[in-house]
Design a binder for this molecule. Structure first.
Ligand code: RIB
Ligand code: CA
Length: 308
């Protein structure tokens, strides 16, 4: 039985690889790709999702979502992903068009048609997910779990405290984390264990296909910006970690603890506050990703990419 997922993205180099893996792995039934503003403005993240799907021949509906956060001012990550949001590779103009229906309406309709079956996999800001929960709370009945890339119990990346996806829309993240739904938070503490070192890039290059070459070019740009901005030796494949967890939960060790999102504007705005010692007296509401089985992770990613 395939796992039905909705992938909510803000492409974004790592989102692009998450789309490629989610669309091809035989364990997943990718019901739709919903797009949100994040790494770049919605117009660009939507085009990027359409470009990746067109290039790789991915026949999955793509839906345009929210173009701005619920309350705060817009933040983008052009320092990491470039002016297009997917700088580096040259894509042909997309042949695929977005659906007429909005991302939020698609999420609502899809979840209402199922009974605790849909896994939501957000790899960008949580604006679309939060709005769907606000607009139609009954969708909870259709959702099995939310496996999101975002947050951190250690250092942030967009501020010392906050990880980008949460920081872009802390109020949306608060709504999701307080929803009562089963949540797995695949944060920076985990995704920084998924760095695409040269030996991994070489294994992908040796696949010798247009999609493999695209991924190598994506990593080249992403690697340059991560080196310049963070001094990393290799770029972390954040978003693919969330998809990989859905495919094979044994790849990632998690710990269930209370997590709240800081929505007070200040130095910790957008921080995911993880209470490992249960000092707050709150119930554990989030499975926090702790440790990645890196060998099996990359084997899964490369094996899936080899199917294009
Ligand atoms: O902080 C990393 C996250 O922010 C990733 O999802 C990346 O694509 C950006 O959206
Ligand atoms: Ca992303």
């Amino acid at each position: 039985m395939k796992t039905k997922i909705i992938l909510d993205v803000d492409p974004g180099h790592d989102d692009a690889v998450a789309i490629l893996v989610a669309a091809k792995h035989e364990k997943l039934d990718l019901r739709g790709i919903t797009v949100v503003a994040g790494n770049q403005v919605l117009e660009k993240t939507l085009q990027n999702a359409l470009k990746v799907c067109s290039f790789a021949g991915i026949d999955v509906p793509v839906y345009a979502g929210q173009d701005r956060p619920l309350l705060r001012d817009q933040v983008i990550a052009d320092d990491i992903h470039g002016d297009s949001g997917l700088d580096g590779p040259q894509f042909p103009p997309p042949t695929k068009r977005a659906e007429e229906k909005s991302a939020v309406d698609f999420i609502i309709e899809e979840c209402l048609q199922h009974d605790r079956e849909i896994v939501l996999v957000p790899t960008g800001p949580l604006t679309n997910i939060a709005l769907a929960l606000l607009k139609e709370p009954r969708i909870k009945q259709g959702i099995k779990e939310i496996v999101l890339m975002g947050g951190a119990y250690g250092l942030g990346n967009v501020t010392p405290s906050a990880e980008f996806n949460i920081f872009v829309d802390p109020e949306a993240a608060h709504i999701v984390f307080e929803s009562g739904l089963p949540i797995t938070m695949v944060g920076l503490d985990l995704t920084h264990q998924a760095k695409a070192y040269p030996e991994v890039v070489e294994r992908i290059r040796r696949l010798g296909t247009p999609v493999a070459e695209l991924v190598v070019e994506l990593f080249a740009f992403f690697g340059d910006t991560y080196k310049r901005v963070f001094g990393f030796e290799a770029p972390p494949l954040h978003d693919v970690c969330a998809v990989a967890h859905v495919i094979d939960p044994t790849l990632i060790k998690t710990q269930k603890v209370p997590v709240v999102v800081e929505t007070t504007r200040g130095a910790c705005y957008g921080r995911t506050v993880c209470d490992f010692y249960f000092k707050t007296g709150k119930p554990a509401n989030v499975h926090v990703a702790m440790e990645l089985d890196q060998k099996r992770f990359w084997d899964l990613v490369i094996d899936t990419l080899s199917k294009y």
